[in-house]
Ligand binder design. Structure first.
Ligand code: SF4
Length: 234
């Protein structure tokens, strides 16, 4: 468990690490390489998906309620991550109910494991899907039966214009996060201002709280400084 520089959470917790998604902009893989230089052996399997059962009880050791991002160094629904690992992670969350657990994936189609949908209704679990461009939008329409109670969209990094956001988002989405790609702490591949404004307008029309990350505000200072949280995460 580590204090996080990610603005929308207090702590990150990585009971699994590694990912085979191979996103070209992956921050976690770069971070892993830096950590390995400082602490050789800390990632014995490199960026291969790996389960760390010894970390499961970390949330229970934190007394004060925190926003915990589960899996900042992985995609919990990526290839090579066993559903049983997630089952054990949910159980660990259940043993520490004072916290708010935030999950993020680029593979929402995999949110079909029956044990997972049981957790979709919990008020302290937030499930986010990452959308980086319009091509990802079909994921929203194709997975609508499995939308969790606290569902949000993470437009990060926003790489292209996203239009025609479907009605599922307007009706059921609790939160939008928008961010930009960074390299060595600096914004790169900055999205056009109008792409961001289009998403902001959609959110505001539908009363969806919106969190614009500092990296994007730095890249496009004209954007409104909106850093809102949904009910349950405030
Ligand atoms: S899904 Fe996340 S952790 Fe996996 S490669 Fe892409 S950015 Fe990295």
């Amino acid at each position: 468990m580590a204090k996080s520089k990610i603005e929308w959470c207090d702590l990150t917790w990585n009971p699994t690490t590694g990912c085979l998604n191979n996103c070209p902009y992956c921050y976690a893989r770069r971070m892993m390489k830096r950590l390995v230089k400082m602490q050789p052996g800390v990632y014995p399997n490199g960026f291969e998906p790996t389960f760390h059962p010894s970390r499961l009880d970390y949330p229970g050791t934190i007394k004060k309620s925190k926003r915990i991002f589960v899996g900042s160094m992985t995609d919990l629904w990526g290839e090579g991550i066993a559903p049983e690992w997630r089952g054990q992670i949910y159980d660990a969350c259940n043993r520490a109910p004072s916290h708010k657990f935030i999950f993020l994936t680029k593979n929402p189609r995999k949110l079909i494991y029956p044990q997972e949908t049981l957790f979709f209704g919990l008020p302290n679990h937030f499930f986010g899907w990452t959308i980086t461009s319009h091509a990802d939008i079909s994921v929203l329409t194709n997975t609508s039966p499995n939308i969790p109670r606290n569902w949000f969209i993470n437009f990060e990094p926003l790489l292209n214009r996203v239009w025609n956001i479907p009605y599922q988002a307007a009706d059921k989405c609790k939160w939008f996060i928008i961010g930009c790609q960074t390299s060595a702490g600096r914004p790169v591949n900055v999205p056009k201002r109008e792409w961001v404004e289009e998403i902001i307008q959609f959110a505001q029309r539908n009363q969806i709280p919106i969190f614009i990350k500092q990296n994007l505000l730095k890249a496009i200072p004209e954007l409104p400084r909106l850093q809102e949280f949904p009910e349950g995460l405030r």
